[in-house]
Design a protein around this ligand. Structure first.
Ligand code: ZN
Length: 302
């Protein structure tokens, strides 16, 4: 198999995960981020700076971030919806900032009441602001492999979004499989199409395991040389379009598979499973992670 020697895992449980759970106290978020920071994971999406009415789960982002023990060597990022959020993120010291746009017009309208084209204009301004402040801008393209309202999203449409944001100066691109509609051949089709036009763009993939294909999608991407993946501890964060369904790929499932295949993650699996237990206590429900349920395939020493 043609596999990279190492991958960079970004842990998104504290933001993407908890944003899709019932609200939890700030102290629990701080505890989770601090515990994750000690697992060897090098990137954590920590908070989002959104209007508290829009997303009450993140209303205490400033308080949470102020109390987090910023671990040297860990890159913490924040998600923002607009210029106002970007200002808050910058004021809080973030220099790695993410912004989302949906490749599907309908999904984008349902989320932010704007067309994809209108959001892209906003993002162009946002990128200018972030760069002026010395921050990087990652554009997360959601519904990259399908939309809960429109169904299939053509590869060309996703590529056209990438074309536009790169022309506007985006530093990195992430593709989100928002409702778990990707399969390995679709992953290959999109990554190939983007690489053909933009061979050097840093690419991060964000899979949901809604239909059980997340690790298969990771494997397909690995064989194309993709080395950046999002995952959420315990699989924290459900699917907003299918109550009770699985959302994010669980970090410990990803680390478990990669490390056993000799793909280095730098993450201590035993410590990560402890974090998944913590995440389960915080969420107050059983989380959908096979590795959390079954444990690692061989006993781990810590
Ligand atoms: Zn997600």
């Amino acid at each position: 198999m043609n596999l990279p020697g190492a991958v960079s895992l970004r842990e998104v449980g504290p933001r993407d995960g908890l944003q899709n759970e019932d609200p939890v106290p700030a102290a629990a978020k701080i505890e989770l981020i601090d515990a994750l920071s000690r697992t060897g994971v090098r990137r954590i999406e920590a908070v989002s700076f959104v209007h508290p009415k829009a997303i009450p789960q993140m209303a205490d982002a400033d308080e949470v971030w102020a109390a987090v023990a910023k671990e040297p060597g860990v890159r913490y990022s924040a998600l923002v919806p607009n210029t106002r959020g970007a200002r808050r993120a910058l004021d809080n010291g973030f220099r790695e900032i993410e912004v989302v746009v949906s490749a599907s017009d309908t999904h984008n309208r349902r989320n932010v009441n704007r067309s994809t084209a209108e959001s892209l204009d906003d993002i162009a301004e946002l990128i200018t602001l972030l760069h002026a402040e010395g921050a990087t801008a990652e554009v997360i393209v959601s519904t990259s492999w399908g939309c809960p309202f429109e169904g299939d999203v053509p590869v060309e449409r996703v590529v056209s979004v990438v074309d536009r944001v790169l022309a506007d100066g985006a530093d990195r691109i992430a593709f989100g499989d928002t409702t778990g509609m990707a399969t390995p051949t679709r992953v290959v089709a999109l990554v190939d199409a983007v690489r053909e036009k933009h061979p050097d763009v840093p690419l991060l993939l964000h899979f949901h395991n809604t239909r059980g294909t997340a690790l298969a999608n990771v494997l397909a991407a690995l064989q194309l040389g993709v080395t950046e993946f999002d995952a959420s501890v315990g699989g924290l964060g459900g699917c907003p379009y299918a109550p009770g369904a699985t959302g994010n790929l669980a970090s410990e499932e990803l680390v478990h598979m990669l490390e056993d295949m000799g793909v280095h993650t730098g993450v201590d699996l035993a410590a990560l499973i402890e974090c998944a237990r913590l995440a389960e206590r915080i969420a107050g429900r059983e989380l959908p992670s096979g590795v959390l349920r079954a444990g690692p395939r061989v006993p781990q020493s810590r």
